[in-house]
Design a binder for this molecule. Structure first.
Ligand code: HEC
Ligand code: CU
Length: 370
């Protein structure tokens, strides 16, 4: 039953946003993605050309040299040590084509041509790598640059906002990345530092940039900027365990004023709403705070040291839950807290068997975390 409901809410999510759910690499929204698109088209043209030539020759020979009726019954060679007598048959009737042993021009041609093709591909790929290579300056005032550390986790994304326009930020959020878009012909570059907490993941938002892996014990970088506001979706592109397919990516590119007000909001600790004091206590009594941080509730909850689960400080400012797989509303939130395994089997949040009253309280409190 809840499975059906879940299916429906996922469909709703997909339907409601279908107009914006564009993941085509052929529709780039950043110069970096455009470089990759151009490279893709060039490689496709070269390999497509080779394909056409090879298949063309194949089909030509198939039809041109199709064997007609056999010239006569085939007689087995009585003594394999004695070569069969050479018989000269009229052209076009011999079962064997003329045999060629070693032809310098042909050898040179079929060595040189592929070498040339590979060389050209190597050069254009190097040029593209150069174009999209993250040239990372130090953050400084007036650079309009956003620096975020992305940590891939089974199976969600942690975003640590480091700097914006030279200003240190130092807050953490999850799953929905917000970035500014360029204005007045100025770029607002985004520099991502990519790390992993467990296994290999891959950050891939096709319309913004190419894939880059997040590898345990290693730091990778990615850079892009866009001038078009909107929602860009993507997907973890490296198999990372059972819920790999439900590790979606959402990037909200916003006009800079809107982005800046989002930043100011996210930096704040959680709101403390009078009417849900009791509910807040119920929440804090549960084990939730061992994994989740709600900034401003307690100075040093265990979660602050562990950083194990999505930061819930501004949970309700996110449109989706559990890495973009379900819409974030009262019903799905309650379903999630009651039994996350039902929605994302194997995910690292267990069901806690809360009573209905506790569940109501916890959800009431979570709903105030705007
Ligand atoms: C053992 C650690 C752990 C505990 C305890 C825990 N959670 Fe979670 N929670 C997680 C993990 C991990 C995720 C991310 C799951 C995913 O998307 O794969 C998560 C996700 C969530 C989300 C979705 C957040 C988002 O932005 O997608 C909510 C809401 C949530 N938990 C609420 C709670 C509540 C309420 C409790 C207490 C009843 C709780 N959690 C207890 C580990 C935990
Ligand atoms: Cu992943």
């Amino acid at each position: 039953m809840s499975g059906v409901i879940l299916m429906r809410s996922m469909l709703l999510l997909a339907v409601g946003e279908s107009a914006r759910q564009n993941v085509s690499i052929f529709d780039p929204a950043s110069p970096q993605a455009e470089s990759i698109r151009n490279l893709g088209i060039l490689v496709l043209a070269i390999t497509g050309g080779i394909f056409l030539v090879v298949e063309g020759i194949l089909f030509y020979t198939m039809f041109r040299f199709r064997r007609g009726a056999p010239p006569g019954p085939l007689v087995p060679n009585p003594d394999p040590k004695v070569p069969p007598p050479v018989t000269v048959e009229p052209a076009g009737t011999s079962p064997e084509p003329p045999q060629v042993y070693g032809s310098k021009p042909i050898e040179i041609a079929w060595t040189a041509a592929p070498t040339l093709v590979v060389l050209i591909l190597l050069l254009v790929i190097t040029r593209t790598l150069w174009e999209i290579a993250p040239d990372r300056p130090e953050p400084h005032e007036g650079d309009n640059a956003l620096f975020v550390t992305v940590i891939g986790r089974q199976w969600w994304w942690e975003y640590r906002y480091d700097h914006y326009n030279g200003r240190p930020l130092g807050f953490t959020t999850a799953n929905e990345l917000h970035i500014p878009v360029g204005r007045d012909g100025k770029d607002y570059p985004v520099y991502l530092t990519l790390q992993s907490a467990d296994v290999c993941h891959s950050f891939w938002v096709p319309r913004l940039a190419g894939k880059t892996d997040l590898i345990p014990g290693r730091t990778n970088h990615m850079t892009f900027h866009t001038a078009t506001a909107g929602l860009y979706v993507g997907q973890c592109a490296e198999y990372c365990g059972t819920q790999h397919a439900k590790m979606l990516l959402r990037v909200n590119a916003q006009p800079s004023e809107e982005f800046e007000s989002w930043l100011r909001h996210e930096e704040q600790p959680a709101t403390d709403v009078e009417t849900v004091r009791e509910d807040k206590h119920v929440f804090l009594k549960q084990s939730c705070v061992n994994c989740h941080l709600v900034r401003g509730t307690e100075k040093d909850t265990p979660a602050r040291r562990r950083e194990y689960a999505p930061d819930l400080t501004h949970l309700m400012s996110r449109k989706t839950l559990a890495s973009g797989i379900i819409v974030n509303d009262v019903k799905t939130l309650r379903d999630w807290v009651r039994d996350p395994q039902n929605i994302k089997a194997g995910c690292l949040m267990p069901a806690f068997g809360l009573s209905d009253r506790e569940l109501d309280s916890v959800v009431r409190y979570l709903l105030t975390l705007r």
